[in-house]
Design a protein. Structure first.
Length: 100
């Protein structure tokens, strides 16, 4: 499942459901993965950039990666608007998880 599928699930989710939002869970699970895990998970980037050392990841997002990040951030902002600070699910730090 790619991030597009997870965002679709997230849009159909309600804060009254017994399970956490799929996008929040996906981002939270990334805490235990290596840095840039989402880029690796999506598998749609060129790992090596000309002029970098072998195995070094590109520092800038390509257009496709940037578009995905914009969609993730937009959905995350929509989810955040559903919660008051007092209602935020325990254990979730979506902005920090997205930054990771």
């Amino acid at each position: 499942r790619g991030i597009k599928h997870i965002i679709i699930q997230s849009r159909g989710w309600s804060k009254y459901e017994p399970h956490p939002n799929p996008l929040l869970v996906h981002l939270r699970d990334g805490r235990s993965k290596p840095k840039a895990w989402l880029r690796i998970y999506e598998g749609e980037y060129n790992k090596y950039e000309k002029g970098t050392k072998k195995g070094e990841m590109k520092s800038h997002l390509n257009e496709l990666e940037n578009n995905k990040l914009v969609r993730i951030k937009s959905e995350l902002e929509r989810i955040i608007l559903l919660f008051d600070l007092e209602q935020w699910p325990e254990g979730f730090t979506p902005h920090a998880d997205l930054a990771y």
